[in-house]
Design a protein around this ligand. Structure first.
Ligand code: DGJ
Length: 521
């Protein structure tokens, strides 16, 4: 993985702060409060016209919008950036940033967005053979395929450099969309068969050896189970079967996408990422039931080895177990960014966890343009609160000073250690009212001082440093942040904090509160 140091100094780039990776835009760390459009919306500037205002009403600061190969290069070598320019203009006039999604060789495993001149010429642009048939899926193994995609992607990035370098409206680009083969565990074209029967590339084996201790469990077990060999075929190194087919595909997708990404970065060096369609984790499912070879957790190491020009490997999380997926995507220094998730009530809660617990660069629920009354949605309410605390969040990322959490009746309590205290965070209860859902994030902002945002939880404190053993609540204030400055509202030292027993957030809405504590014996 590269750390994207930009030659133009002011173009968006990634930097480390403590254990976190931050996206820097116009010289300051930026928290993406995003939403992704339906696939086709941004293919028409007219269709988009009423959508922009709705995205502003949803409290987004960033819109994720597809740009397709077929529309920017309708004939080989003839590029048309009218749509891109219109998106830049309209995003700017609405005060929104953009993350463009490059629908190039593949979108959800298929090659439906490749231009017709590519689709028609199957001799020049070879296809994958899946389940005994030639599919409308470009093969990862053909150099002509990635060369053509890379030329188009480089043209797009060069255009962005010209059209956007002074503005930084586009802050990241996703390369391809949910790659992987469906309906078979691997490509079985002649090209693929030969590569599969041949040796595993030495650079991959060297990567495995160098990162042996850090490798994901499945990959390490497969490799070591076959004797941790330093040479051999895919089946010899990892055993035969659909899991190894997925590893083979992951390597070849990673190499292909890396060629495309590298060409794009030469033209304009801003952060690039890929996204994954996750597996359903049902025992009867095998690779090919989900796109085999995409950047899923079980093959993350192969992507890290094969795609150094990709800065972030990201999950599209529609599945349950949100917390588990976040954990699985934050191995080996991979930063968390979630380009697709649900916009529903649970999605609007999950954004707090991703940002608070995993220093996420940002979140982006899918299909946000289909929300009929965007300002009156759980996501708009979450983002309204997160916009206020965003400066505080980015200032504390990567320093062990922030916690995010999700609570429900099955998981009513968590503990987090921040700011020199252990915080017990539990579902709130007020007299006979008991919250059934709680969520939020807490930042330790200074000595004995915390800022929290969320709903339905209460916090009690235990000291972790020497000194008096009992922690009292000095004061709780609700308030708002205006342009990053705290503006206190009511003092909440009565029923709202159970007379100093706990720091509490009612489950009726999202509140922002500041709490200071002291110690006594
Ligand atoms: C995931 C894809 O990446 C999106 O483009 C879209 O097709 C959604 N699935 C549909 O749920």
């Amino acid at each position: 993985m590269t750390t994207n140091v930009n030659d133009g100094a002011s173009a968006p780039y990634l930097r480390r702060q403590g254990t976190a990776t931050q996206l820097v835009v116009d010289g300051a760390p930026f928290l993406v409060l995003g939403g992704e459009l339906h696939n086709s919306s941004s293919s028409s500037l007219d269709y988009m016209q009423p959508i922009w205002e709705r995205m502003v009403a949803l409290n987004l600061n960033t819109l994720l919008a597809p740009v397709s190969w077929e529309l920017i290069e309708p004939e080989e070598g003839r590029f048309d950036f009218t749509l891109v320019d219109g998106l830049l203009r309209d995003a700017r006039s609405h005060g929104l940033r953009l993350i463009l999604l490059w629908f190039g060789s593949w979108k959800n495993g298929m090659s439906s967005y490749a231009p017709l001149w590519v689709k028609r010429d199957t001799a020049r642009f070879p296809r994958a053979r899946l389940a005994g048939k030639t599919a409308e899926v470009l093969s990862t193994l053909a150099e002509a395929n990635w060369q053509a995609d890379a030329r188009a992607f480089a043209a797009l990035m060069a255009h962005l450099r010209r059209a956007d370098a002074g503005h930084h409206t586009v802050i990241m680009v996703q390369v391809e969309n949910e790659v992987g083969v469906l309906g078979d565990s691997r490509d079985r074209s002649g090209l693929a068969e030969r590569a599969f029967a041949g040796p595993v590339p030495q650079e991959l084996i060297d990567h495995l050896a160098e990162h042996r201790e850090a490798l994901g469990e499945e990959l390490r077990a497969a490799w070591e189970g076959c004797g941790a060999r330093r040479s051999g075929t895919w089946a010899e190194l990892f055993g035969a079967g659909p899991e190894t087919d997925e590893r083979f595909m992951a390597w070849h997708y990673a190499r292909y996408v890396d060629h495309v990404a590298a060409a794009g970065k030469v033209a304009y060096d801003i952060p690039l990422f890929v996204n994954a369609w996750l597996s359903h984790q049902r025992p009867e499912h095998i690779p090919g039931d989900w796109p085999s070879g995409g950047p899923l957790p079980q093959v993350l190491d192969l992507w890290l080895a094969g795609a150094p020009h990709i800065d972030i490997l990201t999950p599209d999380i529609y599945e349950p177990n949100f917390e588990e997926w976040c954990r699985r995507y934050t191995r080996r220094g991979n930063p968390l960014f979630i380009p697709e998730m649900r916009f529903t009530e649970d999605g609007a809660r999950n954004v707090f966890y991703a940002i608070g617990q995993h220093d996420a660069i940002g979140t982006s629920p899918f299909a946000v343009d289909s929300l009929p009354d965007p300002s009156n949605t759980p996501l708009a309410r979450s983002y309204a609160a997160l916009r206020q605390v965003a400066p505080l969040v980015v200032a504390h990322q990567g320093q062990g000073a922030m916690a995010g959490f999700l609570l429900d009746l099955a998981h009513p309590k968590v503990t987090r250690q921040i700011g020199g205290y252990e915080l017990e965070i539990a579902l709130d209860e007020i007299f006979i009212f008991k919250a059934e859902i709680g969520y939020g994030l807490i930042v330790a902002t200074g000595p004995d001082t915390f800022v929290g945002v969320g709903s339905g939880f209460k916090v009690t404190f235990r000291p972790l440093t020497p000194g008096p053993a009992i922690v009292g609540i000095a004061a709780v204030d609700e308030g708002v942040f205006r342009d990053g400055a705290w503006v206190p509202g009511r003092r909440l030292n009565g029923d709202e904090s159970a007379q100093g027993v706990a720091w509490r957030f009612s489950d009726r809405g999202i509140s922002i509160q500041r709490c200071s504590v002291y110690r006594y014996e």
